[in-house]
Design a protein around this ligand. Structure first.
Ligand code: R5P
Length: 306
C-alpha cells in the first residue's frame, strides 16, 4: 500500500518531490485561519490503513506547531495506520540545558510534544551538543540523515584547494565528515557566546595555510553572528574571502545581507528550509531515510509502506 504525504506550510517544494519519489497517493492538507487567529486543518484523500507522512518546515516553529498537531490528530481520526513526521530542520535543539533555575529546556519539551503526537520522526543534522542522541529526547523512533555528503560534493565541484573550517567546537562533528568527503584539511575555531547576537571567536593556531581557500561550514545560520565573526577574523588574518556553508538557512532578520557585507564570498545552504541561498539538495537523503523507517517498522503499524 502506498503512503500518503501531507505537506504543511513552507515545505511545498520538497513536498512535491518527496511525494513523487515515494510514489505517494494524492492527498492534500489545507489550513484555514479564523479571524481570531485559531486554525482549522482539512485533509482530503483516503488515509485509511495507510502510513501518513507529515512534512513540515519548522523554522519559526511556534505558529507551526498547532497546525502540525492538529494534522497528526486528524490523520489518525481518518484511519491512518501510522503518522510520521519529516522535519528537515528540527527546531529548539540548541535549548538543551537550563542555564538558570526556572528556565524551560526547549529541546526536551519540544521532543516531548512531538513524541506524544507522531509515531516516528526523521530530520537532517539536528543540533546535538550536550544531548548526544535523539533518543535521549524522543520516546518514539527518531532518526537523522546528514547533509555532509551533499556539502562535500559541492566543495569538490566548486572550490579548488579548500580548507574546511568550523566556527566552533560543536561543529567538529560535521566539519570532519565534510572534510573527509571533500578530501580536504580541516580545523575548528573556538567560540564563546555572550548573548543571542554576541559571540567571541578565536582562529586556530595554524591560520589559513598559503594557497588554501577557506570554506566555513556550520549546521545553522541564525542571527549570522557566528559566521560573520568567523569571516571577519579570517579577512583580518589576510585570508581570501571564505565561502559560508550551512545546513539550515534559518536567517533571522538581515542575517544574510549582513554576512555578505562582512565579506563572505558566497553563502550556500541546503534546502532543509527554503531560501534563495539553497544549493544543496537533501531530498535523496530524506527519501532513503523514510524508506528505511517504513521498511523497518512492524507491518502491523506500518501497512502503508511503499
Ligand atoms: C550553535 O553553536 C550552532 O552550531 C550555530 O553556530 C549557531 O546556532 C549559529 O547561530 P548564529 O547565526 O545566531 O550565530
Amino acid at each position: 500500500m502506498r503512503p500518503v504525504v501531507l505537506v504543511l506550510t513552507g515545505a511545498e517544494g520538497l513536498g512535491t518531490r518527496l511525494r513523487a519519489s515515494l510514489g505517494a497517493v494524492p492527498a492534500s492538507l489545507r489550513l484555514h485561519r479564523f479571524p481570531d487567529g485559531e486554525t482549522r486543518v482539512r485533509i482530503e484523500g483516503d488515509l485509511s490503513g495507510r502510513a501518513v507522512i507529515l512534512l513540515a518546515s519548522l523554522d519559526r516553529p511556534d505558529a507551526k506547531l498547532v497546525p502540525l498537531l492538529f494534522a497528526a490528530a486528524t490523520a489518525r481520526e481518518l484511519g491512518a495506520r501510522s503518522v510520521g513526521l519529516v522535519a528537515p530542520y528540527l527546531p529548539y535543539m540548541r535549548q538543551d540545558l537550563a542555564f538558570h533555575r526556572g528556565e524551560s529546556v526547549g529541546a526536551r519539551h519540544f521532543a516531548g510534544i512531538l513524541s506524544a503526537s507522531v509515531d516516528w520522526l526523521l530530520t537532517v543534522d539536528p543540533h546535538l551538543h550536550r544531548v548526544r542522541r535523539l533518543d535521549e529526547l524522543f520516546t518514539v523512533p527518531a532518526e537523522a540523515v546528514h547533509a555532509a555528503p551533499a556539502i562535500a560534493a559541492w566543495i569538490r565541484a566548486e572550490v579548488r584547494d579548500p580548507l574546511v573550517l568550523g566556527p566552533d567546537q560543536e561543529s567538529e562533528q560535521w566539519v570532519e565528515a565534510v572534510a573527509r568527503g571533500a578530501d580536504a584539511p580541516w580545523a575548528v575555531l573556538t567560540k564563546h557566546r555572550h548573548g543571542d547576537r554576541k559571540v567571541e571567536l578565536t582562529l586556530p593556531d595554524l591560520g589559513v595555510p598559503a594557497g588554501r581557500r577557506p570554506v566555513l561550514v556550520d549546521d545553522i545560520i541564525s542571527t549570522g553572528a557566528t559566521m560573520r565573526q568567523a569571516v571577519a577574523l579570517l579577512r583580518a588574518a589576510g585570508s581570501p574571502a571564505p565561502w559560508c556553508v550551512a545546513v539550515h538557512a534559518v536567517f533571522a532578520g538581515d542575517a544574510e545581507t549582513e554576512l555578505r557585507r562582512a565579506g563572505a564570498r558566497e553563502v550556500v545552504t541546503s534546502n532543509t528550509l527554503p531560501h534563495p541561498t539553497n544549493r544543496l539538495d537533501v531530498l535523496p537523503a530524506l527519501v532513503e531515510g523514510v524508506r528505511g523507517i517504513l521498511a523497518r517498522a512492524p507491518a502491523a503499524r506500518m501497512a502503508g509502506c511503499p
